[in-house]
Structure formats: structure tokens, C-alpha cells
Design a protein around this ligand. Structure first.
Ligand code: ZN
Length: 193
């Protein structure tokens, strides 16, 4: 019988024995523990970093070529890698997903998504040129005027929230920095903050 686990981790990455979920001494949460070698396997949230690439009045979006939300539109963003800053990661994802070179601007939104153990971080960014291209994770990459944004086809609520905030700020001519939290809700349901 497989050992109980609080995550998909059921085998110790140190020694290969099965792990068990229990509260380690001195801790207050269930962890995946290895009783063979004593390792405790901590699972922590993962940052997703991306940009709002702008060219004049238009915003660059990518149509996803991969699950989840294949065929839906998103801002370029992805999981932060080790040994990079949030800004470096946002630039890398923008280049990988949209082939787009941008000048990174200020932090714009930081949105907690605790039910999937993520936090999504978006920076404002200015495209340096329009020679963007489809990356391996995108079916299509294009610029949208505000009125063309496919709101019903946006892949993630963090993206629709960020776009909502961005266009509201642009309309009033002043940009802020926003923190929001999104809770579990029916998939694909776009909500405003
Ligand atoms: Zn072990």
C-alpha cells in the first residue's frame, strides 16, 4: 500500500523510500517525511512571472499551444527558474512564448492563487519592436487594441484581472501596483477584482 502523502511526492528524493505525511517535530503542518533517512520534503508555492507587453495602445497576447487552457489567450508568463530574478524570468518568458524583446517596466500586479500554490507576478513592459514570433508554447501571438481583447477567451483569471487593472489605469493616466488574491472558483469564470 502506498504511503500517505500530502503531495504527488510519494518517494523520498534523497533515498528513494516511500514518504509518510505527518507533522515533524517543531513544525505545525503536515509534511512529506521520510522515516528511512529523516528527510522532510517541503512543498512551497511557485512564482509565475510575466509581462504586459505594450506597443503604442496595443497589448501583446499569446494563444496557448499547451494545456492547461489550450487555445485560450494569455499574457506571456511562466514559472520562475532558480538562479534568476523575477524580472529576468518575466523577460525570459516573454522571449520564449512570444519571441518578443521588451524593455522591462515596473511591477504592476501580484496575484495570489493559493488553491494552486502559485503567485502570479506581472511587470509592465514596452516592446522594443514588432518582430515578435510564435514560441513553442504558443499557437498565435498578436497585438490587441483594448476593444479587441477576447475577454471570454482569456486563459487565466490572473491575466484577465491584470488586464482589467491595466486598462483602468491607462484610462486614468496613472499606473499603480496591485495585490489581489483569487480563490477557487469554477474554471474559466472571469472575475473582476
Ligand atoms: Zn529518505
Amino acid at each position: 500500500m502506498p504511503a500517505l502523502s500530502i503531495s504527488e511526492v510519494t518517494f523520498c528524493s534523497v533515498c528513494g523510500h516511500t514518504t509518510v505525511a505527518r507533522v515533524p517535530s517543531g513544525d505545525n503542518r503536515l509534511r512529506d517525511c521520510c522515516d528511512h533517512c529523516g528527510a522532510v520534503h517541503y512543498i512551497n508555492p511557485r512564482p509565475v512571472v510575466g509581462t504586459i507587453p505594450v506597443w503604442g495602445d496595443q497589448v501583446l497576447l499569446c494563444k496557448r499551444a499547451i494545456e492547461p487552457r489550450l487555445g485560450k489567450w494569455t499574457l506571456p508568463a511562466g514559472f520562475m527558474e532558480i538562479n534568476e530574478t523575477t524580472g529576468d524570468g518575466a523577460l525570459r518568458e516573454t522571449l520564449e512564448e512570444a519571441g518578443a524583446r521588451v524593455k522591462l517596466g515596473p511591477l504592476f500586479s501580484m496575484i495570489d492563487v493559493p488553491h494552486v500554490q502559485q503567485v502570479h507576478i506581472f511587470f509592465r513592459a514596452e516592446l522594443l519592436d514588432t518582430h515578435f514570433a510564435i514560441g513553442t508554447e504558443s499557437l498565435e501571438v498578436r497585438l490587441f487594441d483594448q476593444r479587441e481583447i477576447p475577454w471570454d477567451e482569456i486563459a487565466f483569471r490572473t491575466v484577465s484581472t491584470t488586464l482589467d487593472l491595466y486598462f483602468a489605469d491607462r484610462a486614468r493616466g496613472e499606473f499603480g501596483v496591485y495585490t489581489r488574491a483569487i480563490s477557487a472558483a469554477p474554471a474559466d469564470r472571469a472575475v473582476s477584482p
